[in-house]
Design a protein. Structure first.
Length: 216
């Protein structure tokens, strides 16, 4: 069983050394199409082993980290994490209001969608998971921009799907580049949002954690 006390005490450091992967199975993360406060388990993800955290220095090799699976749980209890679930739905914008008395927020894996956020002086926040596509299956940038125009900041696919550490990634890598977004309620600074960019080898079924991105 994973010791979650570091996650509660210092979420940022925990997210640097542990890659959170949303459990998207039918019994995994919440299937609700509306935002909801629930309880989640975070435990070792046995689907992946030998996960590496990529070094930002090209002359250094990666180092081992742990991949953890985040799953929905119907009730609270020991080793559960209370969080607001921000849902995803194709060709929709799903929004959630985050009060200042909830510790975390989770959302579905980012695989081309846009994440939008606004924070307020009373410690609350408003977030969105946005997905719109054209009839031929491409990202509908204009519609995405229109639906997120009221937010303070947006993080689109170009931030994590086409670049690695700010530099363009080879086109053949784009499909494997994903991001986990986690919201953390810092009681002193308000809501902070982090993006864990990682790369999945779709053939080998392996993961490599690239970097922790500070989204606000």
């Amino acid at each position: 069983m994973v010791d979650l006390s570091p996650f509660f005490l210092n979420p940022r450091d925990f997210l640097k050394s542990n890659l959170l992967v949303m459990d998207t199975s039918p019994t995994g993360v919440c299937g609700s199409q509306t935002p909801v406060l629930g309880n989640f388990t975070i435990d070792t993800d046995n689907r992946y082993d030998n996960v590496k955290r990529k070094s930002k220095h090209f002359w250094k090799s990666g180092y081992d980290i742990t991949a953890l699976k985040v799953s929905w749980k119907n009730q609270s209890g020991n080793q559960t994490v209370p969080a607001i679930w921000l849902p995803y739905e194709a060709n929709q914008i799903r929004t959630a209001s985050l009060p200042n008395d909830v510790p975390f927020m989770f959302t579905a894996p980012m695989s081309g969608c846009t994440f939008a956020l606004s924070t307020f002086s009373n410690g609350s926040a408003r977030v969105a998971h946005v997905n719109f596509q054209t009839e031929d299956g491409h990202i509908d940038t204009a519609k995405m921009n229109t639906n997120t125009s009221g937010f303070q900041k947006t993080v689109g696919r170009n931030a994590y799907r086409t670049k690695v550490r700010g530099k363009p990634a080879a086109p053949e890598r784009h499909a494997g580049l994903l991001m986990t977004v986690v919201g953390v309620n810092d009681r002193k600074k308000g809501w902070k949002f982090y993006g864990q960019q990682y790369e999945m080898d779709l053939v080998a079924g392996t993961l490599e954690y690239i970097e922790l991105m500070y989204l606000n």
